[in-house]
Each structure stands twice: as C-alpha cells, then as structure tokens.
Design a protein around this ligand. Sequence first.
Ligand code: SF4
Length: 341
Amino acid sequence: MNDVILSVRDLKVHFSTEDGVVKAVDGLSYDLTKGRTLGIVGESGSGKSVSNLAILGLHNPEKTAVSGEITFEGKQLVGARESELQRLRGNQISMIFQDPLTSLSPYYTVGEQIAETYRRHTGAGKSQARKRAIEMLTKVGIPQPDRRVDDYPHQFSGGMRQRAMIAIALCCDPALLIADEPTTALDVTVQAQILDLLRDLQSEFNTAIILITHDMGVVAQMADDVLVMYAGRCVERGTVRDVLKAPEHPYSWGLLSSIPSLSGDVEVPLVPVRGTPPSLIDPPSGCPFHPRCDFRSRVPGDLCVTKRPDLEPARGHGSACHLSTSDKRLIFTEEIQQRLG
Ligand code: SF4
C-alpha cells in the first residue's frame, strides 16, 4: 500500500542478561498508514515499549540483538548507521513519554527546549526558532504563550508539561509520533484534554501515531487500529471497531473485562486477568497465554500446550489462538459480552 509509512516485519529484540536471553519482542509484524493511529496494548513487559525503542534505535547494541525489518518511508532502520537514526529522531520520528518531568530538562526554559529541537533539525536561526516555540505553545493550548515561553518546566502544571512535550515532539512536523503512555501520569480530566489535543494536531499535521498504552479505554477514544501484545508477540490485531466489538483472543477478553465498561455501566464488575505475565527468558511452551487461559479446555488435545498458534488470517482482523473461529464467536457472544456490559 502506498500510504504505508512504517512497516515492521518479524521484529525480534532480545536482551542478554546474566540469567539468560530475554526475548522481549519475538516476531512482531505490522503496518502503519499515514495519518492513522495504531494503539499497541498489553501489560507491562509485553514488549510494547521495547518494540518502539527499536524503531528509534535506542537499544544498547552491546547487550541487545535486534533483527527483522523496520522500514520507515522506504528506509531500513534495523542496522542503520547511528548518524542516520539521529537525523530521523526528533525530526521525522518523535516520541513523547509518560512522565514529562524526566524528559524535560529542569535547567532550560520550555521555549529554549522547543527552539533547540527545531534549530538542530532545521538549521533555523535563534529568533526564528523562538517564534516557532511560541507558535507551538499556542497550538498546544498554553495560555499567554509569548510569556510562558520563558518559564522553566517546574513552573508548568503536569498537564502543561505534557503539552510542552507534545510541542517539542511536533515542532519539526514529524511523519510519525510515538506516544508511550502519554496520559497515564495525568488526572482523568487532563487526560481527556491531552487526547483531544493529540487528535486535533494529528489531523492538522497528518501525523501517523503509535499509541502505547495498557488502557483499552484510551485505545477506544484515540486509535483507528489496535494491536494486542502478549509475551513479545501480537496476539490480536484489527481495526478498533473489530477488536472492541468482537474481540477473538482470550487475552483481549481479559483486558476488556479489567477496565470500566465502555458503555459507562458502573454496575459491571471489573475482572482482572488472573495470574502473572510469563517469563520472557523461559516462556511457557505452546501458546504463551495457556497458564492463564480459561478456555484451553475448549481446544482439542493438548495443542495449547504444545503448539504456538500463528496470527490468522495474515491481514485484517486476526488472532493467534487455537480456538476455532466459531468457538471464538460463540464464547464471546454467550459468555464474555454479558461480563462487559
Ligand atoms: Fe487459550 Fe489455547 Fe487460545 Fe492460547 S491458544 S489463548 S491457551 S485457547
């Protein structure tokens, strides 16, 4: 497809540790289209952040083996020179993190930090970069931007700091924005404002967004497509509509049951996914979700324990689970849907 901006194929990110090799990402493939938002969801340790740090080339090459393909606007990023990756970072690919306080320098004003990013990538002069900083602070909704541009991060509230991070991330008009839990540290009202802001800016800049989150509610509000990760792999993917209306994978059912009802019904009890995420050094045999899965008895024989399921079908809405398509539908409509309210 022409408007695919990022294509990831069989991405593996393995870390060497004293206890063994951690297979943090173990064969991830997806495409991202211009102007769309892909939500990547999963628990801590599912590989969602690690896979995105690989796009930016931010892993320590001495301790990390990255293989597979990451093609961004036709350029191969796996194995690319550091100078090439540096040129892309902050310019064509930007990232915002959960905690803006650790990303912003306390020693420079917010305006200096936006201007510095802009100058580094565009070669603009000082006054032009300051103008750009004020323009970006205006776009992200900071009041009195021509005065607040000279404030230090500690003079901003949490929500304003996240807005400032978004201003830095978007000042060079990147084609791809990676947002890693951008609203987790914020209260609910500010969270909604930041998500609205990201959506508005996305339509203005036509940026593709990868939104990393553990929160299906955020995905429902923001994303066009969703990819559910478990133990370093994609276990379900599709459009948000498909995955939220008719999820197929028992882990996706678990994630949906553990958030407040999307329909707003406060009577619906929350059911956490039982058990703990698997070891990535010595993952379970067969389907890595099998020790936590309540539905493996519906699969004939011991397939769930002996054979790793592939993501089927190769395109569109698909899941990596040995349950038959008719069983997935039946279980969801007859058992899970009531639970979700
Ligand atoms: Fe559960 Fe088996 Fe499907 Fe894995 S393959 S999610 S264990 S039913």
